[in-house]
Design a protein around this ligand. Structure first.
Ligand code: TXA
Ligand code: MG
Length: 333
């Protein structure tokens, strides 16, 4: 299959290009498209055969369900069989945006989307290209991140192309995504539990839900934040090189030591960098860091380093999702 890459205006997507992509979705094909978090690999969520093609293209295990993207809250209510009060509060506050709600599914959602389970994950993305594509296709769009399974998620069209060239009909190139890491996945079954930390912090969710939100305990927010969600297999978001996490301020020294052992070393540092090759000074704010993280890891892969030394950001709520991604990137295969 030849993969077509189409540049598209990220703020005012050209209707002609959107229509082309929507036609592919409607006829059972795959389109990679930008969201505000990472690029998604989309298919018609109500077409089981099309959804199965997502799993084939990614090499994704069939037991890992995918998120359904809709254009407005009404669309979410059509794929969910229950719409609790808490869902309504969260949707009002955070949609369109990077919050995914896990709700009981409606019969129209194929088992392939939900990995045979009784729930469906749904969100309204805020990226104008994503919204236009869903609206024009006239169907909810199932989309995991547009990378091969266990590889780093894509935040630019070229990342998608490198991973999925020949496996997807079209890539809509809407430039770099603004958020940079994935949505927060929240289960709403009675109370509310975060299954995957993401761009919306637990503090922000707690402002809306108060005591209805079960916070991850102190241990989970520390060294290991492995939260339950079928897709949270430990090795994930992984670059090819070995990633080593070190305390802030010690990265340069660790990198120097490794270089004297003859290793090709890259660094993701929180402060300044030396001029020794593949060192990147990462932004000191969590949103800035998130926006750059996956691109930085993709750059390290492209530079073919042996080891990446990353300085650990603070152990606070706003850095939780970033620490989670860094920790997963270190797990041995
Ligand atoms: O930001 C995002 O969420 C991006 C963009 C494209 O929307 N999508 C994304 O999809 O990250 P994916 O497939 O890479 O991750 C979805 C996560 C996985 O951990 C999956 O197991 C979980 O959501 N998930 C999906 N459906 C679920 C369900 N019914 N119950 C529990 N977890 C679910
Ligand atoms: Mg993913």
């Amino acid at each position: 299959m030849k993969t077509i890459v189409r540049k598209i205006d990220p703020t005012a997507p050209e209707p002609q290009i959107v229509a082309e992509a929507a036609e592919i979705i409607r006829s059972g094909g795959l389109v990679a498209f930008p969201t505000e978090t990472v690029y998604g690999l989309g298919a018609n969520a109500l077409d089981a055969a099309a959804v199965r093609r997502i799993f084939e293209a990614k090499g994704r295990p069939a037991n890992n369900p995918v998120i359904v993207h809709v254009a407005e809250t009404g669309g979410a209510r059509r794929v969910a069989s229950e719409w609790p009060d808490l869902a309504d509060k969260l949707a009002t506050r955070f949609w369109p945006g990077p919050l995914t709600l896990v709700l009981r599914k409606q019969d129209c959602v194929p088992a392939d989307v939900t990995a045979g389970g009784p729930t469906v994950a749904v969100r309204v993305p805020s990226n104008p290209v994503a919204l236009a594509l869903i609206q024009t296709a006239g169907t909810p769009i199932a989309a995991p991140s547009a990378n091969r399974s266990t590889e780093i998620s894509p935040t630019r069209a070229e990342h998608v192309l490198r991973s999925l060239d020949g496996r997807v009909e079209m890539i809509l190139d809407g430039g770099p995504t603004t958020g940079g890491i994935e949505s927060t996945v929240l289960a709403l079954d009675g109370g509310a539990r975060i299954l995957r930390p993401g761009l919306i912090s637990s503090a922000e969710i707690e402002l809306i839900l108060g005591s209805h939100l079960t916070r991850p305990n102190a241990q989970q927010t520390g060294q290991s934040t492995i939260l339950e969600s079928p897709g949270m297999m430990e090795r994930h978001y992984a670059p090819r090189a070995t990633l080593i996490l070190v305390p802030a301020g010690t990265g340069a020294e660790t990198a120097r030591g490794l270089r004297t052992q003859g290793k090709k070393v890259g660094g993701l540092f929180l402060g300044s960098v030396s001029e020794e090759g593949n060192e990147i000074a990462m932004p000191a704010s969590a949103p800035g860091y998130a926006a750059r993280l996956y691109h930085a890891l993709h750059l390290m892969d492209a530079a073919d380093v042996d080891v990446i030394v990353a300085e650990l950001p603070p152990e606070t709520d706003e850095w939780l999702a970033i620490r989670d991604r860094l920790l997963r990137a270190t797990s041995p295969s």
